[in-house]
Write a protein that binds this ligand. Structure first.
Ligand SMILES: Cc1cc2nc3c(=O)[nH]c(=O)nc-3n(C[C@H](O)[C@H](O)[C@H](O)COP(=O)(O)OP(=O)(O)OC[C@H]3O[C@@H](n4cnc5c(N)ncnc54)[C@H](O)[C@@H]3O)c2cc1C
Length: 502
C-alpha cells in the first residue's frame, strides 16, 4: 500500500495470509541454455482484432469489438471462457453498484448476467441495492453482498452457466473462437505488434492481426514484447497471494450461517482450533446454491505467478489443505456433516503478477480527489463510501513500449492499492469492453490504438450500454463517428491469406 493509514484495515476484505515462517529453499534458475532453431510456421488466420485470453476482460473485449463490425478472433489456452470467474471458481462477482446503490458497471456485465438462468444467480434484489438498514445489511453481509453496512449488487453465480453464457454471447457476436491454443509470443516488427504465435496440438502457428488485445491477466504478451511492467506489491496485503479455490457439495449453508451468527464464541473456537490443526483455517462463502460452499482457498504469500515451479508448489499445497479442510469441517462444522469434495478449481487463483506501464493510471490520490479523466472509458465503485467513484482512463489500457496492443483486465495500469479493486471481475469486464471498442475503432480507422479517437470510443461504449460520468457522456454523445472495422480497405495492411509467416 501507499503508506497512508487510511488505506489500511478493512477497506476491502479482511483475510489472513498464509506465509512460510522460514524462507523457502528455491530451485536455482537455469544457467545452461539451448538454442532453438528458427523455423517457418503456417499462418493459421488473419483478423482485425486478436484477443488473447478468454477471462472476463478478454470475453468482453472480443464481444465489444465484434459488435462494432470488426473481424475478431479469441485465443484461449483452456477449454472454456470466463477465466478465473469460472475456471478459477471465483464465483463471487464483486460489486457493480456504488455506495448509493446505483449500478455503475453495466454494458457486457449486464449482457452476461442477464443470460444466466434464475437458479444460477444468488444476490440481493434490485430494490435492496444501496439499503443501509441494519437487518437487510446484516442478512446480505453473510451472503457476500453487503459491505460497510450497505447492500451491494455483487451476486454469486454458477460457473458452468457463466461459461456457457460467455461462449454463446461470443459466438452470437460473430467472434471466431479458438480454444486449446496457448499464445506463446507476440509478433513485433519495429515496435509494432503484427500478431501472435501460438502453440496447440497442431504445433506452432501464427495469427496476424491489426490490433492485439492482451487479456492474459499476466500481461504475458506485453512483457514478451519487451514493454515495461510493474510488479510492486504490499507484502501485508492479500492482493499478491495465490491459492486454488474449491467447492464442497452436500452442505447446508443456512445452518452454517445460523451457527456463525448465533454462536460467535463457538464460531471463534472453531476457527482457532482449525488454525491450530491446519495452520490455516479458511471460512466458507455462500455460492449460488445453499448446498454448495465456496472456499476461496488458502492465501499463500511469497510466490510468483509467473514462475512455473511456484505455480506447481501452490497447487500441491492448496490441494493438501483442501483435503485437510474437508476432514475438519465434516467432523466439526454445523451444516458440513455430509460435505463432499465437488471440485478444485481447474485454474490457479492469481490475483496479481504484472501490471502494465502506461501514460495514465489509477492511483491512491485519485480516490480522494475524485478525478474524472477526459479519456474515461468506465467508472468503478470505490473501496469505501468515503471515496468518490473511480474514473478509469483509456490510457491505462495502452502499454508504453509497444504499438497496437491493448491490455485490459487484472494487469491494467494502476498502483498496488488501486489494483485491489481494478482487478475485480466487473472491472475486468469494464476495461475489457473498453479495449474491445477501442480496438475496433482503431482497426476501422487504420490508426494505432494510441492515436485512436477517444470520443469515438466513448460514443461506442455508450451505444453498448456502458455507464460513463455524466460530464464525459455529454461530450461523447455529440456525434463522434465510429469507423467500421469491416469497411473496404480497412484490412489493407494485412498480409494476404495463406501467406507463410517467417
Ligand atoms: C483467489 C481469488 C479471489 C478473488 N475474489 C474475487 C471476488 O470475490 N470478486 C471478484 O469480482 N473478483 C475476485 N477476484 C479477481 C478476479 O477473479 C480476477 O482478477 C479476474 O478474473 C481477472 O480477469 P482477467 O480477464 O483479467 O484474467 P483471468 O480471469 O485470469 O483470465 C485470463 C484468461 O487468459 C487465459 N490465458 C492466459 N495466458 C494465456 C495465453 N498465453 N494464451 C492463451 N490464453 C491465456 C487464461 O487461461 C484465462 O482464461 C479474485 C481472484 C482470485 C485469484
Amino acid at each position: 500500500m501507499t503508506g497512508d493509514d487510511a488505506t489500511k484495515g478493512r477497506l476491502f476484505f479482511q483475510s489472513e495470509i498464509f506465509g512460510d515462517d522460514q524462507p523457502r529453499p528455491r530451485r536455482p534458475r537455469p544457467t545452461k541454455m539451448h538454442r532453438e532453431p528458427s523455423r517457418t510456421i503456417p499462418v493459421h488466420a488473419e483478423t482485425d482484432v486478436l484477443v488473447v485470453g478468454g477471462g472476463p476482460a478478454g470475453t468482453a473485449a472480443a464481444v465489444a469489438a465484434a459488435r462494432l463490425g470488426a473481424a475478431v478472433m479469441l485465443v484461449e489456452r483452456y477449454n472454456h471462457l470466463g477465466g478465473l470467474s469460472t475456471g478459477g471458481l471465483v464465483i463471487w462477482i464483486d460489486r457493480m453498484t456504488d455506495w448509493s446503490g446505483a449500478q455503475i458497471i453495466q454494458g457486457i456485465a449486464n449482457d452476461l448476467l442477464d443470460r444466466l438462468p434464475k437458479e444460477a444467480v444468488a444476490g440481493p434484489p434490485r430494490g435492496a441495492w444501496g439499503a443501509a438498514d441494519e437487518a437487510t445489511a446484516a442478512y446480505w453481509r453473510e451472503r457476500t453482498a453487503a459491505f460497510h453496512g450497505i447492500v451491494t449488487w455483487s451476486p454469486t453465480v454458477d460457473p458452468e452457466r457463466l461459461k456457457t453464457a460467455s461462449a454463446e454471447l461470443l459466438l452470437e457476436s460473430g467472434v471466431r473462437l479458438l480454444l486449446h491454443a496457448w499464445a506463446a509470443d507476440p509478433i513485433v516488427e519495429d515496435g509494432v505488434v503484427r500478431g501472435v504465435v501460438f502453440e496447440s496440438k497442431e504445433g506452432r502457428r501464427a495469427i496476424l492481426a491489426r490490433v492485439v488485445v492482451d487479456a492474459t491477466g499476466d500481461a504475458d504478451l506485453v512483457f514478451r514484447a519487451g514493454a515495461r511492467c510493474d510488479s510492486d506489491i504490499d507484502a501485508n496485503d492479500i492482493h499478491h497471494c495465490m491459492n486454488t479455490a474449491w467447492v464442497f457439495g452436500g452442505v447446508d449453508m443456512g445452518r452454517w450461517i445460523a451457527f456463525k451468527t448465533a454462536e460467535p464464541a463457538a464460531f471463534a473456537a472453531f476457527m482457532a482450533e482449525g488454525r491450530a490443526r491446519l495452520r490455516f483455517c479458511e471460512r466458507p462463502f455462500v455460492s449460488w446454491r445453499n448446498d454448495v460452499a465456496l472456499f476461496m482457498g488458502p492465501r499463500q504469500s511469497g510466490f510468483s505467478a509467473v514462475d512455473v515451479e511456484d505455480l506447481t508448489e501452490i497447487e500441491t499445497r492448496s490441494r493438501r489443505l483442501m483435503i485437510a479442510h474437508l476432514d475438519y469441517y465434516r467432523g466439526r462444522a454445523p451444516g458440513f456433516e455430509n460435505a463432499y469434495l465437488m471440485l478444485q478449481a481447474p485454474q490457479i487463483g492469481v490475483r496479481h503478477s504484472r501490471r502494465i506501464a502506461a501514460a495514465a493510471r489509477v492511483e491512491r490520490a485519485q480516490w480522494d480527489a475524485g478525478t474524472i479523466w477526459d479519456d474515461e472509458v468506465g467508472v468503478s465503485p470505490s473501496l469505501a463510501p468515503r471515496f468518490a467513484n473511480i474514473s478509469v482512463p483509456y490510457r491505462s489500457l495502452v502499454p508504453i513500449g509497444v504499438e497496437n496492443m491493448l491490455a485490459p483486465g487484472r494487469h491494467v495500469a494502476c498502483d498496488a492499492s488501486s489494483h485491489a479493486f481494478l482487478r475485480e471481475i466487473p472491472q475486468c469486464w469494464l476495461t475489457g469492453q473498453a479495449a474491445g471498442v477501442a480496438a475496433a475503432v482503431a482497426a476501422g480507422a487504420g490508426v494505432s490504438v494510441r492515436d485512436v479517437d477517444v470520443g469515438a470510443v466513448q460514443h461506442g461504449l455508450i451505444s453498448q450500454g456502458v455507464h460513463l460520468s455524466p460530464a464525459v457522456a455529454a461530450r461523447a454523445g455529440t456525434g463522434a463517428v465510429i469507423p467500421s472495422a469491416a469497411a473496404p480497405g480497412a484490412r489493407k495492411r494485412l498480409k494476404s491469406a495463406g501467406e507463410t509467416f517467417i
